[in-house]
Design a binder for this molecule. Structure first.
Ligand SMILES: Cc1ncc(COP(=O)(O)O)c(C=O)c1O
Length: 269
């Protein structure tokens, strides 16, 4: 999404480099910022699609590396509510860092993607400046009322977060037990490798009503047309229709059925 938004505003966009294991160290991130001197840096924590969170040392190092170029550092914490307990938020770094912005969304933990509502925390100078450049009427009265109601009822809306975290951790350990290679996830999805034929596994799981996302390299994803063509089958039927056919991974042991109308998600779509 960020490259798309950048292209729509005629803004240059450079993809930062991660290590082979998709990790990002403070040293590497700071070096890239020093070399490139961008106006804005986005750090996704937890990251999509790897699901891995960044240490606050990375955010601090990037912020300091952007001192000379006065780089604005945006930490995208769209999935922070799913992080393991005790994971610190970049919100704790805001005092004294006027170039730092932390963004969140109600799409994930609040399960309110349809509301199209995001929010951010930053120094007053930054939020005032954004008020000048934002589109007029960018947030309808209905959306604002929905957000206030969502905050009032956050306990109910976020009731599933702990269950999702539990199942996420279970999926990580089950995939590891199968000999696959899941990345440590602080999100509501799990990124994993080690499959001989990811596309085939994706297709076979889809046949059984389980949607995962084949992020292959170069990235590919599920088209909506394909999804509509294939009727969703229930979780119970999927479980019953195992055991494995050639090329399929062994059955996943997930204790609780997913919420009505959804499939257990191994990977974010
Ligand atoms: C890392 C990250 N940030 C932000 C978003 C934006 O979410 P939304 O536009 O629904 O608020 C997403 C959505 O998938 C995401 O993966």
């Amino acid at each position: 999404m960020y490259p798309l938004l950048a292209s729509g505003t005629d803004t240059g966009y450079i993809v930062g480099q991660r290590a082979d294991d998709y990790g990002l160290s403070a040293e590497s991130a700071a070096l890239q910022v020093k070399e490139l001197q961008p106006n804005i840096v986005f750090l996704c924590s937890p990251n999509n699609p790897t699901g891995t969170g960044l240490g606050l040392d990375v955010v601090e190092a990037v912020y300091e590396a952007g001192e000379a170029s006065q780089t604005i550092v945006i930490v995208d914490e769209a999935y922070h509510e799913f992080a393991h307990d005790g994971t610190p938020s970049a919100l704790t770094l805001l005092p004294g860092r006027e170039r730092l912005i932390v963004s969140r969304t109600m799409s994930k933990a609040f399960a309110l993607a349809g509301a199209r509502l995001g929010y951010m925390a930053a120094a007053p100078e930054v939020t005032d400046a954004l008020r000048l450049v934002r589109l007029p009427y960018h947030l309808s009265a209905i959306t604002q009322a929905t957000a206030l109601a969502a905050l009032q009822h956050r306990t109910a809306l976020m009731a599933d977060v702990e269950d999702i975290k539990e199942q996420r951790d279970r999926i990580v350990s089950e995939l590891t037990r199968m000999g696959l290679k899941p990345a440590a996830s602080d999100s509501n999805y799990v990124f994993f490798g080690g499959l001989d034929n990811p596309h085939d596994v994706w297709l076979r799981l889809l046949d059984d009503g389980v949607l995962i996302r084949d992020v292959g390299i170069p990235a590919t994803c599920v088209s909506r047309r394909e999804l509509r063509r294939r009727p969703q089958r229930s979780w119970r039927r999927w479980n019953a229709s195992w055991p494995a056919r050639p090329g399929c991974p062994p059955k996943l042991e997930v204790s609780a059925p997913p919420r009505a109308g959804t499939s257990p998600s191994l990977s974010h779509y």
